[in-house]
Every structure is written in structure tokens, then in C-alpha cells.
Write a protein that binds this ligand. Structure first.
Ligand SMILES: [Zn+2]
Length: 157
């Protein structure tokens, strides 16, 4: 069991305004191909819905370790040391990357980040795109965290 090192922010890469919920994302990630990705676990621990509510997909506690049963499949090679959170959205209606966070989602994400830093003072917060050639989460996480006044030591660069 390894120490939690990163909070990695994602989007679901679903079209703006479409009200996907946890069961939809779990189905997309765990259904075998061609209808899903065929993963053993979903890609995120928690999901920020369009109304700003946070839905838990894979249970976790708040200690400093990632238990095997807490691992989710958000970023290759980093899952054993990461918590993954996603907001619902992240593309326009044509599937192009777009920051579609509404005010309720942005507030929820901000509060989620603050709670994670409170519980894990050494954690580094990152966007998925910092680790993979992807647009996810469709915004510049470093700039967003700086604008929210997140301490520099908690921002992965
Ligand atoms: Zn992602």
C-alpha cells in the first residue's frame, strides 16, 4: 500500500450540459469493448455532477494511503499513488475539448481540492493532461489552482 501523492483532476469528456451520473460513467469504463473500456474499476473515485453534488464511485477513506480497493483507473502508472476526481462535461456538442464547468461544479471542485489539502498537507494537485497527451480536464489546472489561491507547494508543475 502506497502513500497518496497526487490528486488528479479529470473531466468525463462528455458533452456540455449532458447530465451523466455515476452509473453512466461506471458503465462506460467497466463494460467490455466495444461498448465500454473494459476496465476492472472506473477511472475516478468521485464525480462532480452538473448540480455540484459529489457522487462517490469507489469508496475511500481519508487517510494518507491508497488501499488496493481504493485504486481507480485514471492515469496509467500513477493510480496506486493517486486520487482521481472528475467533473461531468469537458467537451462541446461536437466532442471538442471545452471547459464546461458551471459555477456549481467549479465551487464543488474548489472545495474538494481544499478538503484534500486539509487532509493531506503534502499532496500535489494536477490535471490529467500534465501526465498524458490529452486535453483532460479541458482547462489549465495550474492557472486555475493559482487563481484559487492554492498554495504553491500543493500545485504540481
Ligand atoms: Zn482524464
Amino acid at each position: 500500500m502506497k502513500k497518496l501523492a497526487y490528486l488528479i483532476i479529470h473531466c468525463t469528456a462528455t458533452p456540455e450540459g449532458k447530465a451523466f451520473v455515476g452509473r453512466d460513467i461506471i458503465r462506460m469504463h467497466t463494460t467490455p469493448p466495444p461498448n465500454g473500456r473494459g476496465w476492472k474499476t472506473p477511472g475516478y473515485s468521485d464525480l462532480i455532477l452538473l448540480d455540484g453534488k459529489v457522487e462517490n464511485l469507489v469508496p475511500h477513506n481519508d487517510d494518507d494511503f491508497v488501499d488496493p480497493r481504493e485504486i481507480t483507473n485514471g492515469a496509467l502508472g500513477l493510480n496506486a499513488i493517486s486520487r482521481h476526481v472528475a467533473y461531468v462535461g469537458g467537451t462541446d456538442k461536437k466532442g471538442r475539448a471545452k471547459n464546461t464547468m458551471n459555477p456549481a461544479q467549479e465551487l464543488a471542485l474548489h472545495q474538494y481540492v481544499l478538503a484534500m489539502i486539509h487532509n493531506h498537507p503534502d499532496i500535489k494537485v494536477a490535471g490529467h493532461r500534465q501526465f498524458a497527451a490529452k486535453a483532460c480536464p479541458s482547462f489549465d489546472t495550474i492557472k486555475w489552482l493559482e487563481a484559487k489561491g492554492i498554495p504553491s507547494k500543493n500545485i504540481h508543475r
